[in-house]
Every structure is written in C-alpha cells, then in structure tokens.
Design a protein around this ligand. Structure first.
Ligand code: PEP
Length: 262
C-alpha cells in the first residue's frame, strides 16, 4: 500500500444474494461502516452483485446517498445488438456502475475466456466509461512449470493491449490456488507478483500510469490476514470472495487500519 493510491476493498458476491438480500446486505454494511465512522475517501469500498441486483443496489445507494461503489461481474465485448444473454458496458454505466470485473479465473477456466476475449472486455468497459478490474493469476499447475509471476504477467500483457496513458483500470492478482482455498498467499508472495505486475503496466503503458494503478490481491482474504497483505508496498487493496458475503466479516476487512499501524 502506498499513500499515492487510495486503497480499494472490493467484494465479489459471485452468484450469491438475490436482489432482496442485496438490499438488506447493503443497508447493513452501510450502517455498520457508518457506526464505525468509516472514511470512504481513505479506504474505498465496492461491491460486485449479480446483474439482477444492480438496479436495486443503485436505487438504495442513490436514495440513502451512500458512499459505497458498485460494479458488474462481467461485461460483453459488444456494445449493442443480437447477443442473447449479454450485458453491455453501456447498460452497466446507465446503472451508475463504477467498475466491472473482467478475467476472473472462474470466467477464464469455467467459461473458457481467452486473453483476447478479456482484452476485448477490458476495452469495452473502458470505452463505456467504466473502470475495468482486470483479474490475473496462476493455477497450481502453472506454478509447477513457471515462476509465480510468469502467467499473471503474461495475462496482464494480453489484457492491456489497447490501453494507453491516462486510462484507468485496476489489476487484481488472484492466484487461482488460493481462491476459496482457506489459505491465502503469503504477503511476500503477493508483493513479489504485484511488483512484477506494476512493471508490466510501466512497460505496456508508462511509469506514470504504473505509479497510479491500483493492484489488488485476491484469494482467501480474511480479517486475520488482511493486515499483512495491506502492508505490501505494491498491494493497494483486496478482492474478496467468500468473506464478502458476511457483513461483519467484510466490514472488519474494510476496517483493516483499525487492527494495525500503517
Ligand atoms: C475470488 O473468487 O475472487 C476470491 C478472491 O474468492 P475467495 O476470497 O473466496 O478466495
């Protein structure tokens, strides 16, 4: 974490919480963080609900003037047209989404999305005025064959092909072997890969963009490991899966500064 970049704590709900549960969750999260005097300018908070929840979440956030950000979990490579089941970046922007996740490992591996598709999704998001949150990460098998940063760095190079100085995006380093595993990467492991990813941004775009870009860690983040992760100089936040589905647990991760001195 560097003072130059605002930390981002992001919760990926995946296919959990329907729109009624989403409203109850967001209300409770907002009250919990308000009671704790959370400063959203100091640590930004975003949730990524399923598509069918987004309108409800938007309405609540607007009506109650909440400082929470939100985004979609995926986006079409296309802007409009005969693409059954797809959701365009324009539609997400119209719902006031700030972010959209692209390249999550569940999409790369279960939905067989290639680096080219992820690059097109990241570009479509950027062109719609959304900030793409680009996920990269190696599997356990990748680790047997390559050094830890090789696959994430190559995935990031692929995703940034159309990006230029001044474009905003967030990178999430998510080792696939740590997702849902219960045990996160160590802070040293997260820092080593995050620093390589920052160099990739510098090489693909420029030093200024690399210095501004937030790089998150994701994979079994919990209240008891967040402090070590946030002490890494190149890690600027976390993408949380399972632990983002419980308000108290997620709020405790958001409030990581209360557990240590930074
Ligand atoms: C994820 O799937 O993005 C993730 C980080 O999951 P978890 O926190 O449950 O490991």
């Amino acid at each position: 974490m560097s003072d130059a970049r605002t930390p981002l704590i992001a919760g990926n709900w995946k296919m959990n919480l329907d729109h009624l549960q989403a409203i109850a969750f967001v209300q409770k999260l907002a009250w919990t963080l308000k009671d704790a005097n959370h400063d959203f300018d100091d640590v930004e908070v975003a949730v990524f609900p399923p598509f069918t929840d987004l309108r409800s979440v938007q309405t609540l956030i607007q009506a109650d003037r909440l400082e929470l950000k939100f985004g979609g979990q995926d986006v079409s490579t296309h802007a409009l047209g005969a693409f059954t089941g797809e959701i365009s970046g324009h539609f997400l922007k119209q719902l006031d989404c700030s972010y959209v996740i692209v390249g999550h490992s569940e999409r790369r591996y279960r939905h067989v999305e290639s680096d080219e598709t992820i690059a097109a999704k990241a570009k479509a998001a950027r062109d719609s005025g959304l900030v793409p949150l680009i996920c990269v990460g190696e599997t356990a098998k990748d680790l047997e064959r390559h050094e830890p940063s090789a696959v994430p760095a190559s995935q990031l190079r692929g995703a940034l092909i159309d990006f230029k100085p001044g474009d905003e995006f967030v990178v999430a380093y998510e080792p696939v072997w740590a997702i849902g595993a219960g045990a996160a990467a160590t802070p040293d492991q997260a820092q080593n890969v995050a620093s390589v990813l920052r160099r990739v941004v510098a090489q693909m775009i420029d030093e200024e963009t690399a210095a501004k870009t937030r790089i998150l860690y994701g994979g079994s983040v919990k209240p008891d490991n967040i402090v070590g992760i946030m002490k890494c100089p190149d890690v600027d936040g976390v993408l949380v899966g399972g632990a983002s589905l419980d308000v108290e647990t997620f709020a405790s991760i958001v409030r990581y500064k209360k557990h240590a001195t930074f």
